[in-house]
Design a binder for this molecule. Structure first.
Ligand code: DGL
Length: 279
């Protein structure tokens, strides 16, 4: 038995594309639909209840497109909506926080882990919970770096101002002597070269892209949802809001292989999902 339906993946912007890229690498026969909620970007500074509403609307929209599994490729939305989404939907929903936390637990030797993320993810303390569940003796120093998401989305990942913001965000984590750093926002892997320039080889940098993709692979296999090896994968992107800046940054990640982009109106997403959006 094989299941040719696509995997749905969503984020507020380009960040989740780092997860999508890894999914396509590890699961080359699976079709995907990526949804970027540019009209509501950024999620990080918003109230959790509002992000939850956006996320549930997007999952309903993806469900109407007949996806077989959803990846919440956004830490902020994972923190806000994963548990509720699992209560409401009958398809597997995978978040990015537990896979990232488990990778950090496996990597740390001195039991000190730093986490950089949006404000929403930091407030939720979900990384602390996931790490402590795996190993309660590991110390965690979380740090919110709200400006970084805008800088990445604006295509300024290697700009001098980005390095200044990163140095400030990482200072306490460096002083804490963390040997492992979780990139607790799916936008941050685009900053890895600058982060490495600042931290040198003092820290193992962990992002959730490959561990999340590995989890998706396991869940598909366990639930008999894998596509046939002979299937040619088909990829699509939907965005709310203007795709201009999104397309520029997305091209850095996907080049010629960037899937076609369709713009959908927010009201349509809300109407299809049958719920009001709390914009
Ligand atoms: N990429 C999202 C995350 O992983 C955050 C971006 C935003 O603030 O919208 O948390």
């Amino acid at each position: 038995m094989s299941d040719p339906r696509p995997i749905g993946v969503f984020d507020s912007g380009v960040g989740g594309l780092t997860v999508l890229r890894e999914l396509q690498r590890q699961l080359p026969h699976e079709s995907t639909i990526y949804f970027a909620d540019l009209g509501h970007f950024p999620y990080g500074p918003r109230y959790q209840a509002q992000v939850r509403t956006f996320a549930l609307n997007i999952i309903r929209f993806l469900e109407k497109l007949d996806v077989k599994l959803v990846v919440i490729a956004c830490n902020t939305a994972t923190a806000a909506a994963l548990n509720t989404a699992r209560e409401l939907f009958d398809i597997p929903i995978i978040g990015v926080i537990t896979p990232g936390a488990e990778a950090a637990v496996a990597a740390t030797k001195n039991k000190r882990v730093g986490v950089i993320s949006t404000e929403g993810t930091m407030q939720s303390q979900e990384y602390l919970h996931a790490i402590r569940e795996a190993n309660p003796t590991i110390g965690v120093l979380p740090k919110a770096a709200p400006q970084l998401v805008d800088l990445v989305e604006a295509g300024k990942s290697d700009a001098p101002e980005t390095e200044t913001v990163l140095r400030e965000a990482l200072r306490d984590i460096i002083d804490y002597h963390a040997d492992t750093l979780i990139l607790g926002c799916t936008h941050y892997p685009l900053l890895t070269p600058v982060i490495k320039k600042i931290t040198g080889d003092t820290m193992t940098i962990v992002d959730s892209a490959d561990t999340t993709a590995a989890r998706v692979k396991r869940v598909l296999a366990k639930n008999g949802l894998e596509s046939a090896e002979a299937q040619t994968a088909n990829h699509q992107i939907y965005v709310t809001g203007s795709p201009d800046r999104f397309t520029d940054v997305a091209r850095i990640l996907f080049g010629q292989d960037l899937p076609p982009i369709t713009t959908v109106r927010l009201e349509l997403v809300e109407a299809i999902s049958g719920r009001e959006g709390a914009a």
